[in-house]
Design a protein around this ligand. Sequence first.
Ligand SMILES: C[S@@+](CC[C@H](N)C(=O)[O-])C[C@H]1O[C@@H](n2cnc3c(N)ncnc32)[C@H](O)[C@@H]1O
Length: 257
Amino acid sequence: MSTSPALLNATRPAGLPTPDVAWRDLHRAACAPYRGAGRFAWHFARGKLGRDPVFRGLLERGDLPPRARVVDIGCGQGLLASLLAAVDAAQAHGRWPADWPAAPAGVQYTGIELMPRDVERARAAVGGLSSAPRFVCGDMCSVALPPCDVVVILDVLHYVDLTAQEGVLARVRDALAPRGRLLLRVGDAASTRGFAVSQWVDRVVTRVRGHRVSPTFGRPLADWVALLRRLGFASVRTVPMSQGTPFANVLLVGDLG
Ligand SMILES: C[S@@+](CC[C@H](N)C(=O)[O-])C[C@H]1O[C@@H](n2cnc3c(N)ncnc32)[C@H](O)[C@@H]1O
């Protein structure tokens, strides 16, 4: 039996926002730093944070623990850093919904990104926020990964070939603390149509953003899960991540301990 919204509101502690109101406020706050970073940065932030289900989902499921050291590989213009700064502010002002798990406040964020232009945009927009996110311009295949509790890789590994993907994931495992977590979003190559749509969209976006390489390298979901298990992730959960999109995206949550 589902609980009516009226009953939920009646039982919600006074002053705390509903999840929808909290998300609307977080979205607004996370986009705000991009206003002064140019039209592209602003519109991209609003569209991506608003339409991609992964960002709200991370908060609703409690995928990121408070005060974690987070490394975001292929961070683009640093949207996750901005969202986490908005989470800090919401938590500090008592604006976190009672229905959600603990806010991932006080996170130490490091973003790693190949494209210098994205890194400049990220630093210009969110580098000066009080959460002090750090951005490193480098190739995930070779850059040093700092010791961390959570690694986030959203839609990035398919830019490098299968051997390089495995190399990155092995280095991620080595950088993670013993009970560390990997949040890896991939396309499921076994879902032929959705995977083809995401590859087509990715190629167009890649060209528009002036990238040198096109994303091409996929695996069926079962192979991604098997690879993470082989690398030592004791528990691997899969979360469908295509709601409202034509893609075949899946979030893999891999825990070492
Ligand atoms: C599809 S975007 C995803 C951006 C971000 N993770 C998000 O979900 O909003 C992929 C990002 O990965 C970056 N990237 C591609 N190859 C990379 C590499 N070898 N090392 C670091 N970043 C890379 C791209 O420049 C791009 O910013």
